[in-house]
Design a protein around this ligand. Sequence first.
Ligand code: SIN
Ligand code: FE2
Length: 216
Amino acid sequence: MTSLNLFSDEESRQPIPLGPQAVLLRGYALPLLSEALTALNLVTSASPFRHMLTPGGRKMSVAVTNCGSLGWVSDSRGYRYARIDPLTNAPWPAMPYSFLRLARTAAETAGFSGFAPDACLINRYLPGARLSLHQDQDERDFSAPIVSVSLGMSATFLFGGLKRNEPARRALLQHGDVVVWGGADRLRYHGILPIKGPGHPELGEQRINFTFRKAG
Ligand code: SIN
Ligand code: FE2
C-alpha cells in the first residue's frame, strides 16, 4: 500500500508560531489522549461541569470545572482562584499525573522549562458556546506560561494583542492541538468564536479545553 501522507510525522509536527513566545503544537496531545480522557471522567464525576455567573450576573455559555490545588471561579464577587469547589464544598480533584505530564512536556517543547501548574481549568463548549476576548490575569505571577489543550469539536481561536482593540489572528484548533503562550505573549487577549460545525467522532457535539496555569 502507498501512503497518501505527504509529510512525515516529524514535518507535520513543527510548532506553528503565533507570536514571539506563543506556539500552536498541532496534534501534540493525540498520543496522550486516552489516558487524559479517562482521568477527565474521574475529575468531572467528583467536580461536575457547571455554568458560572460573570461578576455582572450573566450565565457563562461555557460550562467549567477544575482540577489541581487551585480552581478558577467566577461569581458576583468577581474572578479568582479558590481551593474549595463552591459546588461540592470540597477541594478540587487533584491534578491527574497524565495532565501534569502533558502540560509540562508541551511547555518544554515551546521553550518554557520547569512548568509546574497548580491549576487546570476545564471548559466545555456545546455548539453555540463562546468565550469573549479576555486576558488571563488572575494568576499571582505571570512568569509561567499558559498551556491550552483542545479536544473534540474544532474551534476558532482568536489571539489578539496586549490591548483589547488590537487585531486578533485566528487559528483553527482541532482535537489534540496544544497552544502555549508565555513571556512577552503571556498577557495577550484571546477568545473562542461560537462553536459550530460537525460533531467529533469520539467526543460528539462538544469541545473540551484544558487550560493549565501556575496560579498561586
Ligand atoms: C480560556 O481562555 O480559558 C480557554 C481557551 C480555549 O477554550 O481554547
Ligand atoms: Fe483564557
